[in-house]
Design a protein around this ligand. Structure first.
Ligand code: FMN
Length: 342
């Protein structure tokens, strides 16, 4: 069902139908590094679009090869496919990109199709990254089997207490430490932090006080008195490291998502695979936290492959764990109208 206030959106040169708008809105609820939402959509004709990479939303310091940009666009495509199915459309996706830097990533065409198995979009709407408050209970075997069912070759569970688990815990913290000391990385981060509600209303993207899980008095203070310059101060880095240290020491295990190679196609597939997993965890009361710093540090990335023998290229490192209480999503998204070009 569409919301009752759904109306067509008039763009210069095109009219976006309510169902198209809804599908693209649901697609945009996908996760992305720093919540940059590095996508836009070229509107060719009704139900026929090109999903594109927005280079103004890349993270050139943290992600110089746009690996994470493509993974994020993969997550967007997975949401798009599920949302289309919910509304009775099958979705053909043709890859256009030959490199991670191409603008046109995939041509998407939706076709009304009878008897599709329905998809419950509440999972897309309720998904969120949770970073704190993980319980230490190891993930139950039945839950792990449910999560990786059908994806065994590319989704790997690292159980609590294993040597790989200890390695990930130690070096995720180490990689965070390294990054917090790098000026350009922190400057790039500060450009995507939105402390005040004014900034959130203006940008509808990036990290907010809520999404960074800065709670209570500290959150109130951050909302009213901190600004981008504060992200560059050593006190911000120290607090962040303390938080990460606490985060990595609580989990029910880790998940790794791999790909057979690093081509655009395989990266998009890895992003889609990660999103399929992300959309399954909440129903089991499990939180998921991408912690990609090891993969962003070339030396540690190589060590990860030497130490953790998964046979393929690791594209995502994800901390997972049960929560007592699952919080609702808080991370902002841009209105659909702002990422469509007719
Ligand atoms: C490719 C990729 C890398 C990410 N890396 C991190 C990370 O290292 N640390 C982190 O806290 N969140 C990470 N995230 C999660 C994003 O910050 C999160 O998806 C974004 O802020 C939007 O929030 P939401 O997932 O709650 O909608 C990553 C997400 C993606 C898709």
């Amino acid at each position: 069902m569409l919301r009752s206030d759904a109306v067509p959106v008039y763009l210069p040169g095109a009219v976006l139908r309510p169902v198209e708008r809804e599908i693209l809105y649901l697609a945009s609820l996908a996760p992305s590094g720093h919540n940059t939402q590095p996508w836009f959509v070229k509107y060719i004709e009704p139900f026929h679009w090109i999903v594109c990479s927005d280079r103004t939303r890349w993270l050139p310091v943290l992600d110089p090869n746009q690996r994470e940009t493509i993974l994020s666009i993969g997550a967007f495509l997975q949401n798009l496919r599920y949302a289309a199915r919910h509304f009775g459309y099958s979705c053909a996706m043709d890859l256009s990109a030959r490199s991670n830097q191409d603008e046109n990533i995939a041509i998407v065409q939706l076709k009304p199709t009878a008897n599709l198995t329905s998809y419950d979009i509440s999972g897309i709407k309720n998904r969120r990254t949770v970073r704190s408050g993980y319980l230490d209970d190891p993930l139950r075997k039945a839950d792990v089997n449910y999560l990786i069912n059908g994806e065994k070759a590319f989704v790997h569970f690292i159980p609590c207490g294993s040597r790989e688990y200890k390695w990930l815990e130690r070096y995720t913290l180490e990689a965070n430490r390294i990054q917090m000391l790098r000026g350009p990385i922190m400057e790039e981060l500060s450009a995507w932090v939105r402390f005040s509600s004014k900034e959130i209303e203006r940008h509808h993207d990036g990290f907010t006080v809520d999404s960074m899980e800065i709670n209570g008095f500290e959150g109130w203070y951050a909302r009213h008195f901190l600004d981008k310059a504060d992200v560059l101060k050593s006190s911000f880095a120290e607090k962040s490291i303390d938080k990460v240290s606490d985060q990595v020491s609580h989990s029910g295990g880790w998940m790794l998502i791999t790909s057979t190679d690093e081509s655009v196609k395989k990266l998009l597939e890895a992003g889609m695979r990660m999103q399929r997993l992300f959309l399954k965890v909440r129903e089991k009361g499990i939180a998921m936290h991408p912690m990609t710093q090891i993969l962003e540090e070339p030396a540690l990335h190589q060590s990860a492959h030497r130490f953790i023998k998964v046979g393929h290229h690791i594209q995502f490192i994800l901390r997972v764990g049960y929560l007592k209480k699952y919080p609702p999503p808080v991370s902002p998204r841009r209105p659909v109208e702002t990422f469509i070009k007719a």
